[in-house]
Each structure stands twice: as structure tokens, then as C-alpha cells.
Design a protein around this ligand. Structure first.
Ligand SMILES: [Zn+2]
Length: 359
């Protein structure tokens, strides 16, 4: 009988991350320093410890719209090329130090133009920062997803921007922001552009809003993955004896191996799930959906990839097989090229988990 993976072992295990927001993962001390450097006066406190607590409290309000409010401050200090480069570099370093070997980090370039940067300047600064972070921590590969805000009207421009940067670190396009009242079909031209260019597409869908949002993302917009997608549970019924029955949409998601970018802690904070133990990731994994485990916003949710793993280990009793399965799922679902992701899986992930299993 294997003993349960410890937190330190989990930290050492190679992990892959598909859903992490650059503006949701800043170090509190960096926010304070950048606010001072860039003259941003809106912070509720300049004490990094208090700021971390404030961010977490702001996030834990069981409402997606309120949760998104905390981003005013992180985005507020990310308006210069130097600030963006630093935040991206530290993001790569922090993820690498947590044992992440592959990460797709996303951000919305249109939110970082208040001090006069052009869209391409914003992306360039972030790519520079990731490159520096990867030089400092060679074990990690970081790629970028460019996000358009679903509440705004720049999605086609952002899709074109993502395609323009495809050979320089950007691997896909996404839309994010408040779901209710902002259906993804309003951004069809952007999705068509991405598909016309044979580029990659994931859409935040099925987080706060249910099945219609997931259906639109898949069938009308052509999403390859679902950002969250946790509400696919609404199409699954569970008998008193525990037997699950899948509806048509849930069946399609499972049959087509559509990746779910699940973010348990973030869902608990936004109110989409009552607790980790009650989070649908347990059932969805048991039913063999293409489940991946993600952080969403490390700062606001006070979490990390290792922390997310430790929580599902505790809540569901999962061992190394399940943790390796989650990691393999993420790599298989990544927008990294087939050869590269295959090499990470075979040369890095599998040997490491083999060793961890035998400890
Ligand atoms: Zn997200």
C-alpha cells in the first residue's frame, strides 16, 4: 500500500498547467513595489501581507463579478513594459519553483494599454519576461494564450494579434470576463479568424453560466478546450445508488475528449462549488472526462499548482496514478506542438512519476 503523496513530494513532481492568469498571479510584494514605481495610488494597503489577505478576501465573495473586481489593482500596476516584463519573469520563476514543467499563462493585452503601450508592445514585454524566467529556470516551458474580454469589442483584433505572435511564444486565443449576458457568439468573427489560420482556441465557458454557454463555445465557436467547463455537471444526473447518467452534451464532451480546464479553489471562491470535496472534479475524473487541474488566479485564491494537487489528494484520496493522469491530460490537451509535448510526457513526466510511485 502506497502512502499518500506528501506536499513536498507533490511540489517535486512535474506538473502541467493550462489555465493560469498572469494578472491573477502577482507576488504581493511586487504589486506594492510596482505601485510605488509607476505611481499607481489605488492600492487598499502598501503592506504586502495585508494586501495578500485583502486579495484573498476580495476573491472569496461567492460571486464571479465581485471576484473580478480585485483585478483592478493587479492590472493597475501592469501598465509599463518594465512592469509587464517583471511580472512575467516572476510568474515563470514561481511556477518553476513549484515544479511546473509546462504552463500556458494567459492575459488580456487590451487591459494593459492605459499608459500608452500598443498591443504588440504589451505582448513583446510579456514574452521577454517569460524568456528571462525560462533562462533562470530551464526546467520550465512557458507559452502564452492571448485573452480578449468578452464584455468588450476588441476580440477580432486580439485574435489577429495572437496569430501574429504564434511563432514567438503565443499558442492560442481565449475569451474571458463575466459570462452572463455576454455570450461567446458575440465574438464569432474572432473565432473564425483563429480557425481560418489553423490556430488554437479555448473559451471561458461553463463557470458561472451553464450548459448553453458550453454548447455555444463548442458548437458555434469551435473551442478546443473549455475554460472551467465545470457546469457540464448540469448535464449529468447521479442516482441515489451513485450511478451517473450523461446527457447528450456531457456525452459529447467526454466522447470527444474535450479538455476541461478545472480550477477547484477558484470555483469554491466564486461560489461555483461549495467545497473542494464537493467539487465535481471528483466525479468527472471518475467518469474519465479529460480533466485537467489548474490554478486560475494564484494570488486571489492563495493557491499554487502543488496546493491544488494536495487538496484533491486530501479530498478524494488520490494517489500518484491520478496525479500523473492529470498531468498527462494537461500535456495531451496543451497547444504545444505534438513532438514537444510528447517529449515532455515521455522524458520528464513519466520517469518522475515512476520514481515517485516507488518511494
Ligand atoms: Zn480563468
Amino acid at each position: 500500500m502506497q502512502s499518500a503523496p506528501s506536499f513536498e513530494q507533490i511540489r517535486s513532481a512535474p506538473k502541467a498547467l493550462l489555465h493560469d492568469h498572469l494578472d491573477g498571479g502577482l507576488r504581493p510584494s511586487t504589486i506594492v513595489e510596482l505601485a510605488a514605481e509607476t505611481g499607481y495610488g489605488g492600492l487598499p494597503t502598501t503592506d504586502p501581507g495585508e494586501l495578500a489577505t485583502w486579495m484573498r478576501r476580495g476573491a472569496d465573495r461567492k460571486d464571479l463579478v465581485l471576484y473580478l473586481e480585485t483585478f483592478a489593482h493587479t492590472v493597475g500596476v501592469m501598465q509599463t513594459a518594465e512592469a509587464l516584463r517583471r511580472v512575467a519573469r516572476e510568474c515563470a520563476e514561481d511556477l518553476a519553483d513549484d515544479g511546473v514543467v509546462y504552463a500556458e499563462v494567459r492575459f488580456a493585452p487590451e487591459l494593459h494599454m492605459h499608459a500608452g503601450l500598443a498591443l504588440d508592445d504589451v505582448v513583446a514585454a510579456v514574452q521577454d519576461g517569460f524568456a528571462e524566467g525560462m533562462t533562470a529556470r530551464p526546467a520550465i516551458t512557458v507559452r502564452t494564450l492571448l485573452t480578449a474580454m468578452r464584455t468588450a469589442a476588441h476580440s477580432l483584433e486580439i485574435a489577429e494579434l495572437a496569430v501574429r505572435w504564434r511563432d514567438r511564444g503565443v499558442v492560442g486565443f481565449d475569451i474571458a470576463g463575466a459570462e452572463a449576458g455576454h455570450p461567446p457568439t458575440r465574438h464569432l468573427a474572432a473565432f473564425e479568424q483563429v480557425r481560418r489560420e489553423n490556430f488554437h482556441l479555448t473559451i471561458h465557458a461553463g463557470e458561472a453560466f451553464g450548459l448553453p454557454s458550453i454548447w455555444e463555445a463548442l458548437q458555434l465557436c469551435g473551442a478546443e478546450r473549455l475554460g472551467h467547463g465545470v457546469r457540464i455537471m448540469d448535464d449529468i444526473t447521479v442516482d441515489p445508488d451513485g450511478r451517473a447518467t450523461l446527457g447528450r452534451l456531457a456525452s459529447l464532451v467526454r466522447d470527444r475528449r474535450i479538455p476541461l480546464e478545472l480550477c477547484p479553489t477558484s470555483n469554491v471562491h466564486s461560489g461555483a462549488a461549495a467545497s473542494i470535496a464537493q467539487h465535481p472534479i471528483g466525479l468527472l475524473a471518475e467518469l474519465r472526462f479529460r480533466v485537467t487541474l489548474n490554478t486560475d488566479n494564484r494570488l486571489m485564491s492563495d493557491t499554487s499548482p502543488s496546493q491544488e494537487m494536495a487538496q484533491v489528494v486530501e479530498a478524494f484520496g488520490w494517489g500518484w496514478d491520478r496525479l500523473e493522469w492529470l498531468t498527462a491530460n494537461a500535456l495531451k490537451s496543451s497547444f504545444l506542438g505534438f513532438d514537444e509535448r510528447g517529449a515532455l510526457l515521455e522524458d520528464v513526466v513519466k520517469p518522475a512519476y515512476r520514481a515517485l510511485r516507488s518511494t
